[in-house]
Ligand binder design. Sequence first.
Ligand code: GRF
Length: 187
Amino acid sequence: MNDKIAVLLSGNGSNLKAIMNSGIKISFVASNNPNARGLNIAKEAGIFTFSSTNLSILEEQVLKLTLKYNVSLIVLAGFMRLLSKSFLKSLPEKFIINIHPSILPAFKGLNAIEQAIESCVQYTGVTVHYVDEGMDTGSIIEQKKVKIYKNDTKKSLQTRLKATEHCLYPETIKKILLKQLKNKNNL
Ligand code: GRF
């Protein structure tokens, strides 16, 4: 599959790493946080990166490069800003996806893991969804449940959720790219 994606992130970049390791090709990585560890992971792999703390400048650049490199999908991997209405409108429907550490619509927003632990539910999980104007409100693509054990801490549960994300995200991206390819070729 030769289709390329773009990744937007704000932090660690463990999902970026998992995507890179899965063989998916990445045109560029952008961040609102110049100190994001994920930017270094990309740079070390020779992937073009840029950052701006100004959201409109960042979006403008992302848009330009998305068109220039004919990017097939924008992937948010721990990107901590809401994208603007005008940015979303300038791209096709179902062009941006996100991963969230809960079974949406439960536990939207920040602190999804703490919210799940505090609610004493038996399961939480991971959701991949399309991005719309809201916070974690776009239509759901894939979900995977993760059990919460009685002695789980935020850290222990987060470790299992991340491991789940690292499989589910690349897998889902590949499925979407394949579907796009089939649609393009009318298969
Ligand atoms: C992940 O838990 C993801 O679900 C959330 O942000 C976190 C990013 O982690 N949206 P990383 O930077 O990929 O390690």
